[in-house]
Design a protein. Structure first.
Length: 133
C-alpha cells in the first residue's frame, strides 16, 4: 500500500494503526504486506512502539521526484488516500489513483460523496472511516 504526497494536516495515524491491526490479525510478514508513506508528514510521527511492531513492513520516505514516486506507486498493489476533514473537495490523488488501475483505499468521513463514487459508482476500491483505525 502506498500513500504519497503531503498530508496538509490530514491524520496519518489511522492509516498506520489500521495497517498494523490488519497485518497483525492476519500474521502477514514483510513479503506479504508493506505500507510506504512518501512525502511531508507535517510534523506527524509514527510512535516508536508502533514502528517497531511493523518493522520493515513500514517505510517512511521523504519527498521524491514525480518519476521516482511513479516507480514506487507502480510497484504497489494499492494506493491509499487520506481525505481528512476536506469534505468539499476531491483530491487530485484520487484521479491519479484511478489512472493506475489499482485499487484505492480511501480514508474518509463515511458520508463523503467520494466514498459512494469510489465504492458504488466506480467499484475502484474500498473506504474506511478515516477517524477510526
Amino acid at each position: 500500500i502506498v500513500h504519497g504526497g503531503n498530508l496538509y494536516g490530514r491524520p496519518l495515524m489511522p492509516l498506520v494503526e489500521g495497517f498494523a491491526r490488519w497485518v497483525e490479525s492476519r500474521c502477514l510478514g514483510v513479503d506479504d504486506a508493506r505500507l510506504v508513506v512518501v512525502g511531508n508528514l507535517d510534523g506527524q510521527q509514527v510512535p516508536s512502539d508502533l514502528a517497531d511492531r511493523l518493522g520493515e513492513r513500514l517505510t517512511i520516505a521523504p519527498w521524491m521526484s514525480y518519476d521516482a514516486y511513479q516507480e514506487v506507486l507502480g510497484s504497489a498493489s494499492c494506493m491509499a488516500i487520506i481525505q481528512g476533514d476536506f469534505d468539499l473537495c476531491i483530491p487530485g490523488k484520487f484521479y491519479e489513483g484511478l489512472a493506475t488501475g489499482k485499487p484505492i483505499l480511501l480514508l474518509a468521513n463515511p458520508h463523503h460523496e467520494l466514498v459512494a463514487i469510489l465504492e458504488n459508482d466506480l467499484g475502484a476500491g474500498a473506504a474506511a472511516d478515516g477517524r477510526d483505525p
